[in-house]
Write a protein that binds this ligand. Structure first.
Ligand SMILES: Cc1ncc(COP(=O)(O)O)c(C=O)c1O
Length: 297
């Protein structure tokens, strides 16, 4: 018997929603390129999180890359990003030949420390963007971070790859900055096997991202390219899985809440294990262990 417990393994709906959307794509032969599922997944996800527009992409990493390109990050620009995160937060900074400056975390949320961020502005007064991460689904101190970005007139990108469905003061993470990104990688709260989404209030920039992500192909019959392009769009099959998964997102959040409460109850007598308080609505996906035993759960 396999006794291995997987880290957040994929969990398709019991109702088979994903297969219905995939079947529709097969029946209409909209396997590729793009298609109804991609358009609808963008619409449905932006409605869920309360963003104006969204671009469905091949990964969360691609979404971060496109956010940086949309901000016009270039060689030698400085980008602030957190020390404690998955490497994909920082890699796209290097894709753009820019320089990451890593900001330390604070104890309460493990995310970017607003005090350290303010200090970084003293040393590097002209960063081109700040990337904040909501690690393990716990929202960062967004009010403070946003205020600092506003004061210095620097755009904020939210890496909400791990926090789809988590809210901060009633608003979805990923919708506070100029751009927000989500990941549908296999270990996320909902998955499409692999995929990502870029959201923003700026519909024009999102349209431009869709263009770049489709090889920057000019809208003419022949192949014409005036800009460097990327093959970053989500396929219509993958988007079908996403539409089905979105239908069970609230259920998954409820299940994560139950897991959180189970651990909380189980560990309540052990003083070395310190749970992060569940002070914000749906701040449910994380479990904190005291500093010396911190690890990715
Ligand atoms: C914090 C964070 N940022 C970025 C990513 C990259 O997302 P993807 O794997 O979809 O490229 C992930 C997850 O894999 C992540 O956890």
């Amino acid at each position: 018997m396999n006794k291995r417990i997987y880290l957040s393994s994929p969990h398709m709906s019991d109702e088979g929603y994903e297969q219905q959307y995939i079947k529709e794509a097969f029946d209409t032969n909209w396997i590729a390129p793009l298609g109804e599922n991609v358009n609808k997944f963008e619409e449905e996800l932006s409605t869920y999180v309360g963003a104006k527009s969204a671009a469905a992409l091949s990964s969360g990493t691609a979404a971060i890359h496109m956010a940086l390109k949309a901000i016009d990050i270039k060689k030698d620009d400085i980008i602030f990003c957190p020390t404690l995160t998955f490497s994909a937060t920082a890699n796209p900074i290097i894709y753009q030949n820019a320089t990451p400056v890593f900001i330390d975390s604070e104890k309460e949320t493990w995310n970017m420390n607003p005090k350290a961020l303010e200090k970084a502005f003293e040393k590097y007064p002209n960063p081109k963007a700040v990337i904040v991460v909501h690690l393990y689904g716990t929202p960062a101190k967004i009010d403070e971070i946003k205020q600092i970005c506003k004061k210095h007139n620097v755009p904020l990108v939210e890496d909400a790859a791990e926090s789809l469905g988590a809210t901060y003061k009633g608003k979805q993470t990923g919708t506070f900055g100029k751009y927000g990104i989500y990941s549908f990688n296999g270990n996320k709260i909902i998955t499409t096997s692999g995929g990502g989404m870029l959201v923003s209030e700026d519909e024009e920039r999102i349209a431009k991202v869709r263009f770049w992500a489709t090889q920057s192909r000019e809208p003419v019959r022949h192949y014409e390219h005036k800009e460097i392009g990327y093959n970053y769009r989500m396929s219509n099959i993958v988007a079908g899985i996403g539409r089905g998964q979105l239908k069970v997102l609230d259920k998954r959040i409820e299940q994560k809440t139950n897991i959180y409460n189970t651990y909380k109850q189980a560990f309540k007598e052990i003083k070395e294990i310190e749970m992060r308080t569940n002070t914000r609505k749906q701040q449910t996906k994380s479990l904190a262990i005291s500093n010396n035993t911190k690890r990715k759960l």
